[in-house]
Design a protein around this ligand. Sequence first.
Ligand code: NIG
Length: 412
Amino acid sequence: MAALELLVRNTSEVLTVEGTHREKAEVALTPRPHACVGLRAGRVAYVGPEAELPEGAVDDGTEVIDARGGFVGPGFVDPHTHLVFAGERSAEFDLRNQGATYLEIAKAGGGIVSTVRATRAASEDELVKLALPRLQRLMAHGVTVAEVKSGYGLDVENELKMLRVVRRLAGLTPVELVPTLLCAHAVPEEYRGRREDYVRLCIEEILPAVAAEGLARFCDVFVEDSAFTVDEGRRILTAARALGMVPRLHADQLTACGASELAAELRAATADHLEQVTDSGLRALAEANVTAVLVPTSTLFLRMRPYAPGRRLRDAGINVALGSNVNPGSAMSENVALVLGLACLENGLSAAEAYWAATRGAAQSLELQSHGRLAVGDPGDLVVFNCASYRHLPYHLGVGHARVVVKTGRVV
Ligand code: NIG
C-alpha cells in the first residue's frame, strides 16, 4: 500500500456512517470500535484495526494524530445557513424576550428587510470580512461543508453580490460551500403593494442572471403567509428548476400554509423548518421522499412552540437533517452542539439520529453523494472529538467537542 498522508489512531470508535436513514440510526452510524482512519490524496484510504494496516501504510511522511481515546466521525454538513449578511438585530432579540413576536417586528419594518438594508449598503469586501469569522466558528464545531443562502439582496445587483461573496468565501476557507439563491425571502420594501412585479423580477431577471453566472446550485423560497404564497413559490421554483437549480423550501415555519405539500409536489430536495407541518404535509413529504431539514435553534431563539416533530418525521421514514440556520434574525448562533442538543431535547430525536442528521442526512439533503460519510474513497473530511461517544455531544449541552478538524485530508 502506498504510504498514507495522515493517520488518526487511538480512537474509541470511528463512525463511518455507511447506513441509510431507513435503518436504526445506531446501526446506520456503522461504529468501528478502536479503528484507525488513514487518508491519502484528500480521501479516506483505510478504516480498520491498526494491527491490520497494510505494509508500507505508514512511513516518515505520514502525519499521525493521536485521538487520545476520542471518537472520530465525518465532518458535519450544515444544510441551512444565511451566514452572509451585514448589520445585527440584537434589539429585536430583546423585544421578543419582552413579548413581541417575529411577525410583529417584521410588520413594524424590522426583520428580514432591515438586514436587507444593511446588506445592500455593504460592499462585497465587507460582506466577505463579516462572514469569515462565522464560517470559522462553524468550522471549530466540526463543520466541513455548509450551504449558504442569499436572500438579503432582493434585487438583481445585490442577490448577485451575495452569491459572488459566497464564491469568494469558498476560496478563502477550507469549508466547502454550497450556494443557494433565496431571492424570494421577503418582498422588498420598494415593491410593497406590487408583489406580483417582484415575483416577475425574480423569475425574469434574478434567476436568469444567477444561472448565467452559475452562482447557485439550489433555489429556495420562503413560503409563508407573511412572505410568498404557495402559487408564487411554485412559479419561482419551477422557473428555477428549468434553469438547472434544485428547489428547497422554507416550509410551514410560522403557519401551516401548504408549503410541505408544495415541496412534495415539486419533488424538492428539502422542506426546512416544519414547526407547523400538518399530518397531510408530513405524509406528502414521506411519499415524495423530500428531506426534512430541522433548525431547532430558531424555534428556541424566536421563543416559538411547537418544535418541528422530528420523531414523527423519522417514524414516517423521512430523511431528517439538521442545520444551524445561522442568521441575524432567527438564529444568531453557529453552535452545532446546541443544534444536536435541541434536536434530542425538543425534536425528539435520539443521539444517533441527531448525529446522522448532522452528517449523512445533511449531505444527502444537498445531493452530495459521498460527504457526511467515512467509507474508503469518500472525501477526507473528519473530526476527532475529545469525548468517547457521539452520545456526549447532545448530552453535554452546547459545548463544542471537536478537537481536530480535517478537510480534504488536511488539518484545518
Ligand atoms: O430561516 N424564515 C426565514 N428566514 C430565516 C430568518 C431570516 C431573518 O430573520 O433574517 C430563517 O429562520
